[in-house]
Design a protein around this ligand. Structure first.
Ligand code: DGJ
Length: 700
């Protein structure tokens, strides 16, 4: 039996054990795979001898502060107004433990500050939050506050993170665990095109479906730092925090500040196991109109069909063409408002251009609704062009209005969202649009990094505006877009219902990008469109069915003018819209399982545990004459009826040569045992370069 006081939290797959030390304070004992509760001996009994170290070994603190023999990273740095550093010594402690939560309070009574670290079960994962309170009579300046400080599993071998740029989001980076330190810091004032502020830590032998893995994503859309440091007590330590501009967070007596939540997933089921927990946590924070997600409607977004060439008649025609092929939501993108002939002017002047829309947007919105579709509108509220009436009236409303340089990007500046008058103005404009026109969807864009930066208060200002709009118009769904996928994170997920993944909708570019998206975000939030060929982003041409097959993994849409297609292509795209409508119930809201086969084969299954859609794709040609059957480990344990739904890409050339039994699976499902699929594998149709096959699996 343990003689130590253990504060435990157990998920289905993970456990967190903290010891309340007899001399005061809280020490990490375990954060990793699930273990049986309450049998840990006091940890000091477990420590081996060492030389030339502190006589009294320092247990790994849950909330470490510099000094007092702790040589690792500090969870908080505080200053007085005269810039004197507050030398924290946490000597007063209390804990509250329930089945779902461990809450620790550490206080420095002399300096009169206290910290709360809250570990809570969130869906199937673990959420960590930190809060600081100024309990004294003098102000406290918050220099930094980690959202979490976590020990990583000692068997960790690899670290996975993502980087990116406009139209090239989510490039996966796999590195060995660092000998000294590793850091992923974002400084653009926005999340950035590398995806959420997040990483995955893979332990020895970890793959897609087995092995111990941990992932963490910070729910924040501003500047962030995720750092991993090697500690000489034999552990890697992870800290995650929102970065503050020095001096911006000043706590008056009695005030508190809460750091953004860190969402942590731990699983022995490899990368798919941790992704499933991240999906569950993100799903638990998304607030759907009326409380539940309804089937994700097929979009037509006007951007690549029209760019800035707007006029009411053309948009009505586009909407009619969209309705003809089965589109359910028409989104009017950039170009509808005053002065917006191109990307040089107009941002800030959120009034419909009278020359393009003489009676405002209502006639178009009503036309769209009469066609049975919803009407969505593009806005970029946080931005302003110097060539706009808003800027001429309020040149002081931009970041950098203090006389420092204000470099433009895409010819625009960033509004100072820290200012209540700016937020009030934007609220009035957006509220006016949403009240005057039947708009049920906003595509909320944000097309540049912040220079100069507005600090974390800029991000809080944006959240504040989003929260007001959501409260006033709860039926309106919002899409987070930032020059494509520049603001995809769990912080903004509380206010939005879709992310625009990338302006690159080239199907081959999308395959790895969309897989990476699902490391932290569920596929129903992933905007995925069928674009024109050649692709506007890459100039590459791909078969229409390949473009549609890959887009059908996410929240499906069309990013072209259907009237420019020939009738056969229009029929084909309408058939893919039907395909998506038929299967979105499986593709969305359930499990996502990724895997890889030999010779460049990538696969992913999306479903509810007893029924899946399985996409198998290949970008480059293989040098094998035929593909070996593809093992599907997720299928083990039950029998499956398997049907070949679609073959997309150039493989139709080879389709005639499929074995008869494979072709027969297009017409009638064939039953396989789970052990056969898991061990021997699914027989594959011919998959040449730039092709995909889509199967349906249903448990018998
Ligand atoms: C960037 C977005 O990613 C595009 O989809 C489009 O909305 C443009 N901005 C409009 O300016």
């Amino acid at each position: 039996m343990s003689d130590a006081e253990l504060l435990e939290l157990h998920g289905d797959e993970w456990s967190q054990v903290i010891e309340r030390l007899p001399q005061g304070g809280f020490a990490w004992r375990h954060l990793g795979a699930r273990l049986e509760p309450g049998v840990l001996p006091a940890a000091r009994d477990l420590l081996g001898a060492t030389t030339f170290s502190l006589n009294e070994p320092l247990a790994l603190p849950v909330f470490p502060v510099a000094g007092s023999g702790w040589f690792g990273p500090s969870a908080a740095e505080l200053l007085r107004e005269d810039t004197r550093r507050i030398d924290l010594e946490l000597r007063s402690f209390s804990a509250t433990v329930t089945d779902d939560r461990v809450e620790l309070v550490c206080s420095d009574e002399r300096e009169q500050v206290s910290f709360v670290t809250r570990f809570s079960k969130l869906a199937t994962g673990l959420a960590v939050e930190t809060e600081v309170t100024n309990e004294g009579d003098d102000p406290v300046i918050l220099s930094s506050l980690a959202s979490a400080f976590l020990p990583l599993p000692p068997s960790a071998t690899h670290l996975v993170s993502w980087r990116g740029r406009h139209a090239a989001e989510f490039e996966e980076c796999v590195e060995a665990m660092p000998a000294h330190g590793w850091q992923r810091e974002t400084r653009e004032g926005m999340t950035g095109h590398g995806g959420p502020p997040a990483c995955q830590v893979l332990c020895s032998g970890c793959g897609w479906y087995s092995g111990l893995a941990l992932s963490a994503q910070l729910a924040w859309s501003g500047d962030t730092r995720i750092a991993i440091e090697r500690h000489d007590e034999g552990a890697w330590l992870l800290t995650a925090e929102a970065i503050h501009v020095p001096g911006e967070i000043r706590l008056a007596p009695g005030e508190r500040h809460r750091a953004p939540q860190l969402m942590v997933a731990i699983s022995r089921s490899g990368r798919n196991g941790i992704a499933a927990q991240q999906h569950a946590m993100v799903r638990s924070v998304v607030e759907w109109p009326n409380g539940t997600m309804r089937p994700r409607p097929v979009h037509l977004n006007s951007w690549e069909a029209c760019y800035f060439a707007h006029d009411q008649a053309r948009m009505k025609e586009l909407a009619s063409a969209a309705a003809d092929i089965g589109v359910e939501r028409f989104v009017l993108d950039d170009g509808w408002f005053d002065g917006r002939e191109g990307d040089c002017a107009g941002l800030g002047d959120w009034t419909p251009d009278q020359r393009k829309y003489p009676a405002g947007l209502a006639p178009l919105a009503e036309h769209v609704q009469a066609l049975g579709m919803e009407f969505g509108l593009w806005v970029e509220p946080e931005m302003i062009n110097p060539d706009s009436d808003l800027f001429r009236a309020h040149p002081d409303w931009v970041l950098g209005a203090n006389g420092r340089s204000k470099p433009t990007a895409r010819n625009q500046l960033v509004l100072d969202m820290r200012r209540p008058d700016v937020r009030d103005h934007l609220y009035e404009k957006l509220d006016g649009l949403l009240s005057a026109t039947p708009i049920s969807y906003l595509k909320w864009d944000h097309n540049r990094a912040h220079a100069p930066a507005g600090g974390s208060a800029q991000t809080r200002g944006t959240y504040d505006l989003l929260a007001r709009i959501r409260a006033a118009h709860p039926h309106v769904e919002i899409e987070s877009c930032a020059a494509g996928g520049g603001r995809i994170d769990a912080g903004i997920a509380r206010f939005v219902h879709r992310f625009w993944t990338s302006d690159n909708i080239d199907a081959l570019a999308r395959i790895p990008m969309q897989r990476a998206f699902t490391a932290f975000m569920p596929p129903e939030l992933m905007g995925a469109h069928v674009g024109a060929s050649p692709s506007h982003a890459t100039g590459r041409s791909q078969a229409l069915d390949l473009r549609a097959a890959i887009a059908s993994q996410g929240h499906f849409g069309i990013e072209l003018d259907p009237s420019q297609l020939d009738p056969a292509e229009r029929r084909e795209i309408a058939a893919w819209i039907d395909f998506y409508k038929n299967w979105r119930r499986l593709a969305h809201g359930g499990e996502t399982v990724l895997g890889e086969g030999p010779n460049g084969i990538l696969w992913q299954a999306q479903g509810d545990g007893s029924e899946y859609i399985l996409w198998i794709s290949r970008a480059q040609m293989s040098h094998e004459r035929r593909d070996a059957p593809l093992p599907l480990p997720f299928a083990a344990g039950r029998d499956w009826r398997v049907k070949l739904l679609e073959q997309a890409g150039r493989s139709h050339v080879l389709a005639a040569r499929n074995a008869k039994a494979i072709d027969a699976m297009k017409h009638a499902a064939r039953t396989f045992s789970g052990s056969w699929l898991a061990a021997a594998g699914l027989p594959l149709p011919a998959l040449t370069a730039e092709s995909a096959a889509i199967f349906h699996l249903e448990a018998v």
